[in-house]
Design a protein around this ligand. Structure first.
Ligand SMILES: Cc1ncc(C[n+]2csc(CCOP(=O)(O)OP(=O)(O)O)c2C)c(N)n1
Length: 365
């Protein structure tokens, strides 16, 4: 009954942490051109991430959840998609979105506090990075199911975290994906923590991949710091889903090297030796070693990307105050209208109007 559904106990690994080829028959090693593309995307992604983290310190961004340490999961997933497929990322997945070819500055728009996601989701076949956990799982299943009904050859790939697997939305998405045989691939980046909550306080499942079996979904566990293994596994899952085999669940075992966001202090809930352990499993060094690269091959290109982001982020975003009230309702209700009038009446830079609103009980925040 469960044949072919269960993940392997050991995560699939094609290249070990020391950069050597492992002995495995699960998936073929991607060709050198693909591996080089993965490495190049990881170098750009890491540099982008470091630059954006610096921008948060300068107050240029409201918030940024770093991808550092998870580059193999994010580039391996993004590059495994075919042009017609859709990606449904979370706030954590900026490197995946940049790897999709979206202008890095557009990726930062929502983190700078604007009301929109900065890019055209339809043009790039990439949904806005979602902040409410697991809602993107439902969006992905809906899009995949609709594509199948319309006889379109489209697979939806959704990224989610370990914490998001505890959400009701994930249950509903997995259940109906399986019932409908929707062409959707769930890639769970198990980075060990949901903010400060470690995995063992999040779930009693043997692994997150094991969760698939209850829904009748074929599941894999993969070394999330091995870009080759992530790419090979997601590619195989995309092909299977496109061929009508139904959804696939992939747990990529990885680690979040930075704090949850720039607003979090990770030293309050995890030890330095744990971080050091994962530093030894760095996804970039592993692939560079395997490819016989020095590690600096794509640095110039990454530096140009960072310099461009630095320059263009040098001015603050200045969304109009009115935009806060737009796109909320097709017809603005009286209460919102009143709030808008009050808010726009505020003296420049003043907060007295907002305090006044709270005092008279209309509560706007
Ligand atoms: C529905 C919902 N509940 C709670 C939150 C608050 N929240 C933001 S991130 C987070 C932890 C998510 O952890 P995980 O899914 O493992 O993803 P990670 O941040 O580690 O990538 C929580 C609880 C939220 N954004 N959405």
């Amino acid at each position: 009954m469960t044949e072919g559904l269960l993940p392997t106990d050991e995560p699939i690994q094609l290249i070990d942490p020391a950069g050597s080829r492992t002995v495995t028959t699960t998936f073929d090693l991607p060709d050198r051109e693909t591996l080089t593309a993965l490495y190049r995307a990881m170098v750009s992604g890491r540099r982008f991430d470091a630059q954006v983290t610096a921008l948060t310190r300068q107050g240029r961004l409201a918030v940024y959840p770093s991808s550092r340490g998870q580059e193999a999961c994010q580039t391996g997933t993004a590059l495994a998609l075919r042009p017609q497929d859709w990606l449904f990322p979370t706030y954590r997945d900026s490197v995946a979105v940049v790897t999709r070819g979206i202008d890095p500055m557009d990726v930062l728009v929502s983190f700078r506090g604007d009301w929109h996601c900065g890019y055209d989701p339809r043009q790039h076949r990439t949904a806005p990075q979602c902040t409410p956990l697991a809602t993107n799982t439902l969006h992905a299943v809906g899009l995949a199911h609709a594509a199948r009904l319309k006889n379109e050859d489209t697979v939806a790939v959704v990224l989610l975290g370990d914490g998001a697997t505890s959400e009701g939305d994930t249950h509903e998405a997995l259940n109906f994906a399986a019932v409908w045989k929707a062409p959707v691939v769930f890639v769970v980046q198990n980075n060990g923590y949901a903010i400060s909550v470690p995995l063992h306080r999040q779930t009693a499942a043997p692994s997150l991949a094991h969760k698939g079996i209850g829904y009748g979904i074929r599941s894999f566990r993969v070394d999330g710091n091995d870009a080759a293994a992530v790419y090979a596994t997601v590619s195989a899952a995309v092909s299977a889903a496109a061929a009508g085999a139904g959804p696939v669940l992939i747990e990529a075992v990885t680690y979040r090297m930075e704090a949850h966001t720039n607003a979090d202090d990770a030293t309050r809930y995890r030890q330095d030796d744990e971080v050091a352990h994962w530093l030894e499993r760095d996804p970039l060094r592993r692939l560079a070693t395997f490819l016989g690269l020095k590690g600096s091959e794509f640095d110039d290109e990454a530096e140009l990307l960072a310099a461009d982001v630095r320059t263009r982020a040098g001015t603050d975003a200045s969304p109009s105050p009115e935009s806060l009230f737009e796109h909320v309702y097709a017809e603005r209700p009286v209460m919102l209208e009143r709030q808008m009038v009050d808010a726009l009446d505020l003296p420049a830079g003043g907060r007295s109007g907002v305090e006044g609103l709270e005092e008279d009980g209309r509560g706007t925040r």
